[in-house]
Ligand binder design. Structure first.
Ligand SMILES: *Cc1c(COP(=O)(O)O)cnc(C)c1O
Length: 719
């Protein structure tokens, strides 16, 4: 990197010197996956830590002086402070990493990772769902493994919307402006002290973007922001919101990300070896890379030939309709500058992203990415099969099985999703260095050593925490005066900490079938209202504001939740985000997932639950088809695809009720020891942890990206 710019870390908290580095740590999200680092903030003022939504920047801005002074006399606190900063400094400076040990010959290489959204923490709401959380976890794991990776994305001035449900179950959205001064994000400034900017040509104008830095351990994440005075009012709004429904906004965003992202890295002095596109939104980067070579005198064919070996594309969408695509008139309007840059005529340019006529006359971003990336992967084994079938038309002369798209199954960043109390148990029984070997099966074989009583005590603790969280949220919404009493019940005040608790939380998309459980409402009522074996079910999730069918499913669920016949045993937690997700995946007993196969490319929330000892109860779609072994959870329906959706739904619903009645509920309540431990349930929890935790972590996943995608590209360049 060169010195054309400086990073302006605001860090102006005026802290006592002995704990002054808390300000520095606030701007490095490393604290997110290190529980003792979190404690350094929380222990100062627990209530205010909650009020500031676990955001160290706004916390340090507002916390009282006496609270800060108090910890200065606390030996225990200061010891922890010193320990945390020793670990932090080691993490940031060590040259002995998995990467340096495994591929020392590639020490000079680097990887650019592009994504439309990054889910790193609830305090930085620039994500909508699973795709963003996966990107965030990819960065955190890259920091842990020492990959020379840099992230590129968008900062959204209004983040993702906040959700409120009306008394009648209708989702209302609220957009709030993000105050960057309160966020762990730093502006990059040029030598005049002005924002560092790049610019991109859009129809009849240039759009400028400034660059922000989010530091994720060792990994820098650069976020583009067009909210600048030089831009027109419309362009200033370009990065107001995620997944705008307006296609002109969308294509402008994607050109900014793809083209502007490459320029950003160049401006900062990076020369990445590998360019990884997480989903097709950033695929215009392919054209910008080609343009750079065309400017040097190469033909388009030569330019593409030289760059494709180092492009990597990950697809996440198993159905054509879900793919990112643009009508041709829009492409003509917006793409002409791109086409000129690489010296292509209109038809040639449209061919880059042409899809079968039967899918509609559209320019497809994944087609562009698949055609011009040598690394291509789906995100689970089944999704790999589906993708090879779906994209076979791009490789007409090969059989479906030989279509060059592999799969790397998703994972989760274990340290970010594991409950602190579970981590303490694992530290004790798996060996102190288990975190460095998360993908090692031998480590997890020791899960059997955890005493039943200790494991159960932690599970009960986490379930109580979830109940208290729901209660506190209910209290707050009631106190606003804006909700009906029945909504307070719906938000979980009648939750029981000792009843079997099932969680269902994810984006509401119709294929996820949140209402499958409601197909036979009377049967459901008899299950949840059994007085000696009660069951409670917690729902959470947002629907895209323009997705009316999914909003109607929320309404259907919410009306069921409100129904007095459920006796408060169905619950809806509003405003699902990473914080709510953590409470749920750590606090429930069973994680329910009912995607209509094969629509769930992978799914990751179930992996978070499994790591915490929560048992899976899911259709055999996405990751669960690989994870399920007959003893570590339950499979809904059959291991096959259906042609008739209504039949598929009926088969799956019947299976769901049957397993719930005959297996899950009895296993939880029967066969208890004299001190009330459900021994068979606990045995299944251990089997689940043992088999799923090593396999479905980003520790395994990022290593596979390195070995199967990044390294071959690096080798190709060396040659
Ligand atoms: C993990 C996570 C998701 C993804 O959940 P899926 O089950 O894969 O759909 C979505 N949103 C949030 C906030 C998450 O933490």
């Amino acid at each position: 990197m060169d010195s054309k710019y400086t990073v302006k870390v605001p860090n102006n908290f005026n802290l006592p010197r002995r704990i002054g580095r808390l300000g520095e740590l606030a701007y490095n999200l490393w604290w997110v996956w290190n529980p003792e680092a979190q404690l350094l903030y929380r222990l100062i003022d627990r209530t205010y830590w909650e009020t500031s939504y676990h955001n160290p920047v706004s916390f340090l801005r507002g916390v009282s002086r006496p609270a800060l002074n108090a910890v200065l006399n606390d030996r225990y606190y200061l010891d922890m402070y010193d320990r945390v900063f020793k670990a932090f400094d080691l993490h940031m400076t060590t040259t002995d990493t998995w990467y340096s040990r495994t591929v020392p010959q590639h020490s000079q290489n680097s990887i650019a990772y592009f994504s439309f959204e990054f889910g790193l923490h609830e305090s930085l709401p620039v994500y909508a769902g699973g795709l963003g959380v996966l990107s965030g976890d990819h960065l955190k794991e890259s920091s842990d493994l020492g990959l020379p990776l840099v992230g590129v994305g968008f900062v959204y001035n209004e983040g993702y919307f906040q959700q409120r449900i009306t008394e009648d179950g209708w989702q209302e959205t609220r957009n709030t402006h993000i105050d960057f001064a309160e966020k762990p994000i730093c502006p990059l400034l040029n030598h005049e002290g002005k924002p560092l900017t790049i610019s991109v040509d859009l129809p009849e104008r240039k759009v400028h973007a400034r660059i922000w830095l989010v530091q994720v351990g060792r990994i820098p994440l650069y976020l583009l922001d067009t909210n600048l005075e030089e831009n027109t009012p419309a362009d200033r709004q370009l990065n107001a919101r995620l997944y705008s429904n307006d296609l002109e906004t969308r294509i402008s965003q994607e050109i900014m990300l793809g083209v502007g992202g490459v320029r950003t890295l160049r401006e900062l002095g990076y020369n990445p070896t590998v360019w990884h596109m997480n989903e097709g939104h950033s695929a215009f980067l392919i054209l910008e890379r080609a343009r750079e070579l065309v400017d040097e005198g190469f033909s388009f064919e030569e330019a593409i030939g030289r760059t494709r070996t180092t492009n990597v594309f990950t697809t996440h969408t198993p159905v054509p309709a879900g793919n990112d695509q643009f009508p041709l008139w829009l492409l003509e309007k917006y793409g002409s500058v791109l086409a000129q840059g690489i010296k292509l005529e209109r038809e040639q340019f449209i061919d880059l992203g042409r899809q079968p006529q039967s899918w509609g006359d559209m320019f497809s971003m994944p087609v562009l990415a698949l055609k011009y990336s040598d690394g291509r992967n789906a995100v689970s084994e089944l999704h790999g099969q589906v993708s090879r079938r779906m994209w076979n038309f791009l490789w007409k002369d090969v059989d479906e099985d030989d279509v060059p798209i592999t799969h790397i199954t998703n994972g989760i960043h274990s340290a970010s999703w594991l409950a602190r109390r579970m981590r303490i148990l694992f530290d004790r029984y798996l060996g102190v260095d288990w975190m460095q070997k998360v993908d090692d099966l031998d480590v997890w074989a020791r899960a059997g050593n955890i005493p039943d009583g200790e494991l159960w005590a932690v599970r009960n603790h986490l379930k109580r925490k979830l109940a208290m969280f729901a209660n506190e949220r209910a209290r707050q919404s009631w106190s606003t005066g804006g909700v009906a009493p029945v909504q307070v019940v719906a938000s979980g005040v009648l939750m029981e900490p000792y009843a079997l608790t099932i969680g269902f939380a994810r984006r509401f998309a119709t294929y996820k079938r949140a209402d499958l459980l409601l197909q036979d409402f009377d049967r459901l009522l008899s299950i949840i209202n059994n007085p000696s074996m009660p069951v409670q079910i917690i729902f959470a999730g947002k629907a895209h504001p323009a997705d009316e069918p999914s909003k109607m499913i929320i309404q259907k669920v919410y009306r069921a939740v409100k129904n007095s016949r459920t006796a408060g045993r169905l619950i809806f937690l509003e405003d699902y985000d990473m914080n709510v997700a953590r409470y749920l995946v750590q606090g429930v007993d069973v994680w329910l997932n009912t995607p209509r196969r094969p629509n769930e490319a992978s799914g990751t929330s179930g992996m978070k639950a499994a790591l915490n000892g929560v048992l899976q109860f899911s259709t055999l779609d996405g990751w669960w088809r690989e994870g399920y072994n007959g003893r570590n959870g339950w499979a809904i329906g059959q291991d096959k695809e259906f042609d008739d959706i209504a039949q598929q739904d009926a088969v799956d619903a019947a299976s769901l009720y049957e397993i719930l009645e005959d297996q899950i509920v009895p296993l939880y309540y029967h066969n208890r020891t004299s001190d009330s431990l459900p021994v068979e349930w606990i045995a299944m929890m251990k089997e689940s942890i043992r088999t799923l935790a090593p396999q479905f972590s980003t520790h395994r996943m990022v290593k596979e990206y390195m070995q199967q995608m990044y390294e071959p590209a690096m080798r190709a360049v060396k040659k």
